[in-house]
Design a protein around this ligand. Sequence first.
Ligand code: C2E
Ligand code: MG
Ligand code: MG
Length: 750
Amino acid sequence: MGQSFSHPSREVTAQRKNGSEAKGCGTIRQPGWHVLIVGADADFHSAMSFALTPQALPGTALHFLHAHSTWQATQLPEQATELAVILLDALSLDTHEIIELIATLHARFNDARLIIRTSEEEKHEAHRLLAGFDIHAWLIGREIDRSDCADVFGTALHAYRQARALHMSNRGLEKILQANRHLPELGSMEEFATAVLRFLSDLLAVPEDGLICIRETLHNAQNELFVVAATGSFTELINHPASNFEPAMHKAVLQAVEQRNTVHTGEFTALYFAGEASRCLVALLRNPRVLDEIETRLLEVFCSTVSIGLTNILLVTRLHSSAFYDSLTNLPNRERLKEILDETLRQPVSLPTTLALIDIDHFAETNDTLGHQFGDHLLLAVAARLQSRLGHHLIVARVSGDTFAVLGDDMQITPDAIFAQFERPFGIDAQQVQLSATVGLLRLAEHEGSGAEALKNAQIALKRAKLQQRAGHLYFSRNMGVDIRERVNMMHALRQAFEDKQLYVVYQPQIDLRSGEAVGAEALLRWCNEDGMMISPARFIPIAEYSGLIVELGEWVLRQACLETVHLSRNGFTHFMISINVSQVQFRHPQFLAMLERTLYETQAVPHCIELEITESMAMEDPDALIKLLDRVMATGVSVAIDDFGTGFSSMSHLQKLNVDRLKIDRAFVSEITDSARGSSIAEAIIQLGRNLELDVIAEGVENEEQADILSQLGCAYGQGYLFAGPLTADRLDEWLRRNRNTCAARTTH
Ligand code: C2E
Ligand code: MG
Ligand code: MG
């Protein structure tokens, strides 16, 4: 007979086998399932005791609880969380009390199976009264047949096991779904890790007492894990390396990493979550309880959910740092400097601040003669000297190849202070190199406008200083605004050129990298002025945006592209898709959607053949309005791509909410792909992000076979670049497509 099976007792309180008494139904410490026997008739208890065996379900400990009244049965101890079967003696208890008891127990143990004993005479009445309950079985008769009873009990236990499994899986999956919805919205690794801990404790119903450690970088020589989040008794370990743990903890963590799997030791459960490359995350919970099969399976599902979330967060963190920090010097880059300037300019009262741009003279020549590696060391030495010697509390940034920026107090950032840094030579590889610099400065107190404009003005000052003399300096002053005059002139010329039809659209083919087939093209605007000179869109598009002309221009480009798809479709290229660049000003125009619908309608273009490219920075501004707009744009049937992806910061949660189809890798990341170590290129990170978010990825600026091969191996579906074709006029596109007819996926075969 089972260890915790107690013989019936006439005592009011129920007992455990060892006889220790407690209030209500007794105290239970052992884990396992409980069987509650309720009846005022001592014979019922004793008959049941003989009929039932605690070994009825191999592998699960059963504990019998005896209650001699319905009241006593309601006093179940808190530890009795798993009540599997309730045996009720309707013959010795009041039926109304039974109804009440069943309702109470059902609220707390809704999977427990009910077995009721009644007599032949009272059977019908009992059935009628208890019709509303899910009774597993009836035992009929005053005498109890031992083998009948054992059968009924056995089936009840199995039924309970199934109901419990279903219930637990549902509950666990519900929690995992909840985690799935919530985790991607967390921007930082700390927030993410804390949420993972919370979900885990909740899932396993254990106290919040655990920690999360992470191995984040590829270049972490010791492969050390650091604690990023901790709760309960582990809080003090935040930011500590795992090697500081007590031996049992450290062992559990290392085992999980080694086995790439969940590990249970006597004291701890260590869960392993794989990230991309060799990055990973380990959660350690103090959990003396052995997990059952369902919990183990739920954990597996949870681990894969977390692994995907983890990879995404790591990718975004890397994109963020590549978008805002210079990879050579780790200094803030141009984009970050603009943000810092914006923040500084926004502060109502700030100390008089100066922005200085320091351009190293003849750096290109040094680089060419002494080599790039030497050049890199030189830049690092300049960065280090500016940071350490120029003074405290200032910001040093690298804004382009050989131009640094310093931002700080007017008193500290003076031409003399800067030139003093270049008086002594820089020691590189046992060589002493004497450098000089030219400086352009801007006093922020005299500046009205954005951070980007402040940087532009400092650049104007620098350009002027360089024209005047090397190793000199100039402060920005308003009369330097010749560029503005130039801009106004160009604006008039552009408007005139548009009217005179000097603008035209070219199309650059886009290729399916696996099959080599052409699937579409990007529409790019061209301006050839009356002297036959080509003016780059990189120059005139910003002016068109500034003057608002882009709204008209953009509509015209869209119309040309739509007409082109119609033309191509007539020639058999029915699925050929043309991508159109859309500027911020154009996209946010209140009439944009109406214009899009009208143009599609008037040109009879098939919406599926049109894709709009918006830039990443656009995608990140005013996300709520953008989400709504994108949904409406998508409703027209056209696709949307994020252009120049990787150059601005995309938060994971924003990206997930945006209804877009493709990410377009900026060509800067394509050109560096051949010299990056596997697993460390930004292009690879973007491709993986695309895969995780189920978005297509296209790479622009593919110039050679090697780049195309690597991109294709990494899983990038499409490519665009000079390797395949440059931008072509509509006529030349026709010709190109005809020549490549056999390899054109967008063609309908007749
Ligand atoms: P984008 O949208 O990123 O366009 C890709 C640019 O990369 C194009 O420059 C294209 O000619 C160039 N390119 C293509 N393949 C290669 C390659 O293999 N190597 C290199 N180094 N470059 C390649 P483009 O035509 O000068 O356009 C510059 C930018 O002007 C575009 O960048 C886009 O932002 C803007 N733009 C062009 N046309 C339009 C337009 O119709 N509307 C708007 N709003 N913007 C436009
Ligand atoms: Mg583009
Ligand atoms: Mg682009």
